[in-house]
Design a protein around this ligand. Structure first.
Ligand code: ADP
Ligand code: MG
Length: 290
């Protein structure tokens, strides 16, 4: 399958231009859409999920026109929105049975079999009789993924799914996604670089509604090879480095600042060459833009 996004633009009624002539091609597997808050990720996700219109452009899933043939897409789609709204005072099991019926699955016993399997898959079977309103953040996210998996979707969209999860929940959630993504398209939107580097074979970076880069994380990292230099510095020295060098970002290692500098040549003997990671790619791109 192939999802093809062509030259889409969207301006909200308040004048914010959330998407600017954005084009992107997405194939089977897990695709990471990375960008800072406000980049336009949720706008793009809602558009693909047929919940929002655009001013210009086309979106196609193979030969389906996503923006027009909404009913066709909804049959193939699983969507976990960034904000899931209110969690009602019904049990996880009741709610999933309801969604399964809405998806058009016929037969009561078929529906409960599907729901039981989903509950096991997301590790909520033991709490299936508990009210959703009593669930923790991580349980809600896992419930959200269960509802997005109903009906064997061919296109799954998850919008910032790991925000607010503890480290163990995040690992579990990411494993779950990676298991199912082999033969379908899964689009993961996030501002967390590690989620993308752990999970995605293809990715894009967007900022201020524009596509900055797309490709495999490996290729994007390789494209910066030989140009990332690091050095541990003092907190007082940070400003000077910002002025003298093209600083990608400064991270802390046990409270000591390590500056990452972009340069074709070694800035001076005190710098060490570093193998670029996805943070370098991300910060370099987003910084060049601003
Ligand atoms: P992201 O998901 O990457 O954080 P969004 O797509 O939510 O980005 O937002 C992109 C931009 O559009 C932001 O500037 C945001 O404030 C604005 N925006 C999002 N939704 C609306 C809306 N319904 N009305 C007006 N502006 C919006
Ligand atoms: Mg968002």
């Amino acid at each position: 399958m192939q999802l093809s996004i062509q030259n889409i633009s969207k301006t909200y009624p308040n004048g914010v231009q959330a998407l600017k002539n954005l084009s992107l091609t997405i194939e089977n597997g897990m695709f990471g859409l990375l960008g800072p808050n406000g980049a336009g990720k949720s706008t793009l996700m809602k558009t693909i999920a047929t919940l929002q219109s655009v001013d210009e452009g086309q979106v196609r899933l193979d030969d389906i026109n996503v923006l027009k043939q909404k009913a066709e897409i909804r049959k193939l789609l699983g969507y976990l929105p960034q904000e899931f709204g209110v969690y009602p005072r019904v049990t996880a099991e009741e709610m999933l049975l309801h969604y399964t019926a809405l998806k058009g699955v016929q037969g009561k016993s078929t529906r409960s079999q599907i729901v039981n399997e989903l509950l096991v898959q997301v590790n909520l079977y033991d709490v299936r009789k508990k009210k959703l309103s009593s669930f923790s953040g991580g349980m809600k996210r896992r419930f959200g993924i269960a509802q997005a998996f109903i009906g064997n979707p061919k296109l799954i969209i998850v919008d910032e799914p790991t925000a607010g999860l503890d480290p163990a929940e995040r690992v579990r959630f990411n494993n779950l996604l990676s298991e199912i993504s082999e033969h379908i398209i899964v689009i993961l939107s996030t501002h967390i670089v590690d989620d993308v580097s752990e999970l995605c074979k293809q990715m894009a970076i967007i900022n201020q509604g524009e596509l900055l880069l797309t490709g495999s994380p490996t290729a994007l990292k390789n494209s910066m090879a030989g140009k990332v230099w690091t050095k541990s510095i003092t907190k007082e020295g940070m400003k000077e480095y910002e002025e003298r060098y093209q600083v990608i970002y400064t991270r802390l290692e046990e409270s000591t600042p390590i500056v990452h500098v972009y340069s074709d040549e070694r800035p001076d003997d005190s710098f060490e060459l570093k193998k670029p990671d996805l943070q370098d790619v991300y910060f370099h791109q987003v910084k060049m833009e601003n």
